[in-house]
Design a protein around this ligand. Structure first.
Ligand code: HEC
Ligand code: HEC
Length: 291
């Protein structure tokens, strides 16, 4: 390459740059207008972007931009909007009674959705994800209720708990028949075997079930009923169903009668708001197939 004085090209009328390669001279063609403007525009845009949006890293943070925009902030806004929408949907539940909710399919639908979510957050560790329970924690889908299965009864149980720290809690205590010496070990075994027959299960060989029946009438029927069908005023379960909270093996029953279980269900009245508790009652009621 050599340098050449700047000249005007004869054919195009354009000036040359003064660069020349083997007799070929370079034209000094200006950039097209449209391209140039676009280029200036992108520069202007980038300045605007730096100012408006978070852009420059600083020592421990970054320039926040005029609008203070952050992805995190946007998520928080969307969550708040979702929460507001939920609250609006649930607003109808605030004033409605349980009976009114049950009579209104739209309110029932909202309550079921709310109740299901709240159940997942608060109740599944003990009662299982579908309310099916586990050893020591009652199955809420079986229709065998300790304290009653109407909407109002379930609502009361959830609000005040069972043997819980609440002045109105549901309370009753099955005696520890074996531990406290009310029954002798062989009497516990006899009545345990009678309880198995109430539940349609085989008793052990060689155990006096008739004696067990007598012991039951004398010691147990006050709470569990003459026929063993339970009493919701005492929270005493029906022993004639196939549903067992603590197991039906003879060893499980002997343990239950010897020590008594008297489990605690927390009171939720102070922890959850009234709409959530109503919704939980509607949801739990739907699990257990009514009363
Ligand atoms: C810490 C464990 C635990 C948690 C959490 C818990 N429960 Fe319970 N729940 C129990 C136990 C234990 C019983 C049975 C008490 C008894 O045996 O007398 C029970 C009983 C019940 C009953 C009475 C059932 C009947 O047959 O009358 C209802 C209704 C109930 N729970 C609903 C709920 C709801 C709704 C929640 C969530 C807000 C919940 N529980 C959370 C342990 C729990
Ligand atoms: C004061 C009332 C009361 C008396 C009396 C009583 N029970 Fe109970 N029983 C209860 C209550 C309440 C429960 C539920 C407690 C719990 O779940 O923790 C229960 C639970 C049981 C269970 C557990 C059932 C299951 O699903 O696992 C068995 C079995 C049982 N009782 C047998 C007896 C026998 C047998 C007697 C008599 C020797 C007796 N009970 C006397 C109140 C009583």
């Amino acid at each position: 390459m050599s340098t050449d004085p700047v000249q005007v090209d004869r054919i195009s009328g354009q000036t040359t740059t003064g660069h020349e390669w083997d007799g070929i001279r370079e034209l000094n063609t200006p950039l097209p207008r449209w391209w140039l403007w676009l280029f200036y525009l992108t520069i202007a845009f980038s300045f605007a972007y730096w100012i408006v949006y978070p852009a420059w890293p600083l020592a421990s943070s970054y320039t926040a931009g005029l609008f203070g925009y952050t992805n995190r902030g946007r998520v928080a806004e969307e969550l708040a909007a979702g929460q507001a929408a939920r609250m609006q949907a649930a607003a109808g539940l605030e004033t409605a009674t349980l009976a009114q909710i049950a009579a209104d399919p739209k309110l029932t639908e909202i309550a079921l959705a709310e109740g299901k979510a709240a159940f997942g957050d608060n109740c599944t560790p003990c009662h299982g994800s579908g309310g099916q329970g586990q050893r020591g924690y009652p199955n809420l889908t079986a229709g065998r209720w300790l304290w009653g299965g109407t909407l109002d009864q379930i609502h009361g149980t959830i609000t005040h708990g069972i043997r819980a720290d609440d002045p109105d809690t549901r309370a009753s205590a099955m005696p520890s028949f074996g531990k406290d010496g009310i029954l002798k070990p062989e009497e516990v075994r006899e009545v345990a075997n009678y309880v198995r027959t109430l539940g349609g299960l085989e008793p052990e060989q060689g155990v006096d079930v008739a004696a067990g029946k007598k012991i039951f009438a004398d010691n147990c029927s006050a709470c569990h009923g003459e026929d063993g069908k339970g009493n919701i005023d005492m929270g005493a379960p029906n022993l004639t169903t196939k549903v067992w909270q603590y197991g039906s093996d003879i060893s499980d029953l002997i343990y239950t009668i010897t020590y008594a279980r008297n489990s605690v269900m927390p009171a939720w009245g102070k922890r959850l708001d009234p709409v959530t508790i109503k919704s939980l009652a509607v949801y739990v009621h739907s699990l257990g197939g009514g009363t």
